[in-house]
Write a protein of this length. Structure first.
Length: 255
């Protein structure tokens, strides 16, 4: 709960699994919007924030919101979300909802974990690589199940899942990742196996300095290459990272 006893739910359903943008209209229509209508009968003071640039006609989306009578309960940010704005959205929300029908991985999960938020997600694909019933609220891919899980998340006062999310933050820390890199390096039996370390600094809105520091640390830990990606529309920050990292004495190939 935040100021004025207003519950805020954030959802960013992504077309690009590592992006905060390109909201998938179909998924949100079929699952989440119907849930919001049902949740309103139990939790009056909620707001759904849908942030990201739509790749489909938003008119159909707004039509459904209107037909469900939840116009005043949904805030739409239909534009590209810059890295430096991410913290404002995650700072405002009470919980993060990922109503996926299909997914491999999700950059939104990483963000939810990084910001220590309660997470409600459907049990599909690789989204639950780190998320489970111990640290999150896992829903089936239907509105009824999602409704129940969102209400459970609002009503949960045990903080047990929050504690487990914090433990997960520690597990995903630089130190633990470096330990895994060193272990993998020592364990390989052939030089034909290359170890690539992925960096999500730009996805998490932590910027160039964080990305460069991580790259150097991972290189020292034994990584053979660095996988760096961005959610920006242009490759500007990737090119800048490559230019800077190439000058480092710990520089290794980029993927």
């Amino acid at each position: 709960m935040i100021k004025n006893k207003l519950y805020k739910i954030k959802t960013i359903d992504c077309n690009n699994i590592n992006s905060l943008n390109n909201a998938k209209l179909k998924t949100l229509q079929n699952i989440l919007l119907n849930s919001i209508k049902d949740i309103k009968s139990v939790k009056k003071n909620i707001k759904l924030i849908i942030a990201g640039e739509f790749i489909q006609n938003i008119k159909n989306y707004k039509k459904m919101i209107n037909s469900l009578g939840i116009n005043n309960d949904v805030i739409i940010k239909n534009e590209f979300i810059n890295s430096d704005e991410i913290k404002f959205y995650f700072g405002a929300c009470e919980l993060v909802v990922q109503p996926y029908k299909k997914a491999t991985q999700s950059g939104v999960s990483s963000l939810g974990i990084a910001y220590g938020k309660k997470i409600v997600t459907t049990n599909v694909g690789g989204v639950n690589e780190y998320l489970n019933e111990k640290n999150s609220f896992i829903s089936k891919t239907n509105s009824k199940s999602l409704t129940n899980k969102i209400i459970d998340a609002f009503n949960d006062q045990t903080s047990e899942k929050t504690k487990n999310i914090r433990k997960l933050q520690d597990e995903l820390s630089w130190n633990n990742f470096c330990k895994k890199l060193k272990l993998a390096t020592k364990s390989r039996v052939t030089n034909d196996l290359l170890i690539v370390a992925r960096i999500e600094s730009f996805i998490l809105g932590k910027g160039l300095r964080d990305a460069l520091k991580r790259a150097e640390i991972y290189s020292l830990a034994g990584a053979d290459a660095i996988l760096i990606h961005s959610k920006e529309k242009t490759p500007r920050e990737i090119f800048l990272f490559a230019k800077k990292f190439n000058k480092s004495k710990y520089s290794i190939p980029l993927v």
